[in-house]
Design a protein around this ligand. Structure first.
Ligand SMILES: NC(=O)C1=CN([C@@H]2O[C@H](COP(=O)(O)OP(=O)(O)OC[C@H]3O[C@@H](n4cnc5c(N)ncnc54)[C@H](OP(=O)(O)O)[C@@H]3O)[C@@H](O)[C@H]2O)C=CC1
Ligand SMILES: CC(=O)[C@@H](O)[C@H](O)COP(=O)(O)O
Ligand SMILES: [Mn+2]
Length: 383
């Protein structure tokens, strides 16, 4: 029987590549629900091609512009897609924070989660992973490094035998840029990722290395590892996606072409590996694979994120929300590149988490507060 997919963020980079995987394996998958933001034209094309029963658009996009059996909108629509009774697997590929509650509700209904969105797990990892464990629900990583760790961990081992995991980072377009030049780099330069074609927010995060910082927090929750056992290493070729070191000194690495269709396909077909001839790695043609430590002076985002992760509570939410506002301001030309991390640090410094256990309400409050603080700081910088 075909697996039935609900895709949150179908018009984005991951969403479109997920539909590419469906095209490649049409006998395995059926698309039953799609949610997008504002790209109504592309969503309609997807509806015409994949015939989902349920569709949703974000607030501000008129649902009447879409012709489908059922069209919803806003937060309720996104949640309806995530919890659609017919769906077996929910692909969470929206950008930003909107998928936190829909992902939790999907877990509560026993859906398998194919998780690309890292912001949800960064902000609410404790809640989402806790709920998934209690209900025996699988959260399958789509983010390339986490898919790689997941695959490395599939070698037979005891939990206590895992020494550490290492996430690779391309280093982004400014890997070799001197510190003095970083303040004046352009949006166009930041968008020119050396190895991956992705949405704009994650591309800028790769340039600051905030992406890797968010991924350290993501790894902490997905693999239940303390922060001191999660490393990062610069690897410009993006061929090795992660490595797992075991107690006996063995290091198991995952290598693949830098193409998201591979981790997406693995998350959808796990534990099977149907052929994907278009994703072959030509080992002999690789030449050199390089590795070096990240430079904390030029790329302070990495340590800032790690500290926010270690502080826990709503600090990761504040990190993520302030970063989202600062990245948007950078893209809009209202903030310099190095200003992104300055703003995030300043907002984190001012944060006072509410006492008590982490709840979705506390996350929403911290999110709104951090966005306001970040906007105020950016407006002051621009004056
Ligand atoms: N791209 C990649 O290679 C990778 C991405 N990721 C992560 O995956 C997530 C998605 O990234 P990416 O695909 O690059 O991002 P894009 O910006 O390309 O796509 C985002 C998608 O989310 C939709 N969307 C945004 N807000 C809402 C909302 N409120 N309601 C419904 N839909 C919404 C957009 O709709 P629309 O365009 O119609 O407005 C679009 O379909 C991010 O968290 C990113 O960090 C992780 C690893 C790799
Ligand atoms: C494809 C993917 O998983 C991205 O998150 C990627 O990791 C970004 O590249 P960087 O290694 O430059 O952050
Ligand atoms: Mn990644």
């Amino acid at each position: 029987m075909r697996q039935r997919l609900a895709i949150l963020g179908s018009t984005g980079s991951i969403g479109r590549q997920t539909l590419g995987v469906v095209d490649h394996l049409p006998d395995r998958f059926e698309v039953v629900a799609l949610a997008a933001g504002h790209n109504a034209e592309l969503l309609q094309e997807q509806v015409d091609r994949y015939r989902p029963r349920l569709v949703s658009v974000a607030d501000g996009c008129d649902p009447r512009t879409i012709q489908a059996p059922e069209v919803l909108s806003g937060a309720e629509g996104l949640e309806a897609v995530a919890t659609m009774p017919e769906a077996d697997i929910v692909v969470v590929a929206t950008s930003g924070h909107s998928a936190i509650r829909p992902t939790l509700e999907a877990i509560r209904r026993g859906k398998t989660i194919a998780l690309a969105n890292k912001e949800a797990i960064v902000c609410a990892g404790e809640i989402l992973v806790g709920e998934a464990r209690r209900r025996g629900v699988e959260i399958r990583p789509v983010d390339s490094e986490h898919s790689a760790v997941w695959q490395c961990l599939s070698v037979r081992h005891q939990e206590s035998e895992v020494d550490r995991v290492t996430l690779t980072a391309s280093g982004g377009p400014f890997r070799d840029t001197p510190a003095a030049e970083l303040a004046t780099v352009t949006v166009e330069q930041a968008m020119a990722h050396p190895t991956w074609r992705m949405g704009s927010k994650v591309t800028v995060d790769s340039a600051t290395l905030m992406n890797k910082g968010l991924e350290v927090i993501e790894a902490h929750w997905l693999f239940d590892l303390p922060y001191e056992r999660i490393d990062t290493v610069i690897h410009p070729q993006s061929i090795v996606h992660a490595l797992v070191s075991f107690a006996d000194g063995s290091v198991v690495a995952h290598l693949a072409v830098p193409d998201m269709r591979l981790p997406i396909q693995y998350a959808l077909t796990y534990p099977e590996r149907p052929p994907a001839p278009h994703l072959r790695l030509d080992i002999a043609a690789l030449g050199r694979l390089e590795f070096s430590p990240p430079d904390p002076e030029r790329f302070p985002a990495l340590e800032l994120a790690r500290a926010a992760g270690e502080a826990g509570s709503t600090y990761p939410t504040v990190l993520s929300s302030a970063d989202e506002v600062a990245v948007a301001a950078f893209i809009a030309g209202r903030l310099g590149f190095t200003g992104i991390v300055d703003v995030v640090r300043a907002v984190l410094d001012r944060h006072q988490p509410a006492p008590g256990p982490l709840t979705l309400e506390a996350i929403a409050e911290a999110d709104a507060w951090a966005r306001r603080e970040a906007e105020t700081l950016i407006a002051a910088t621009a004056r």
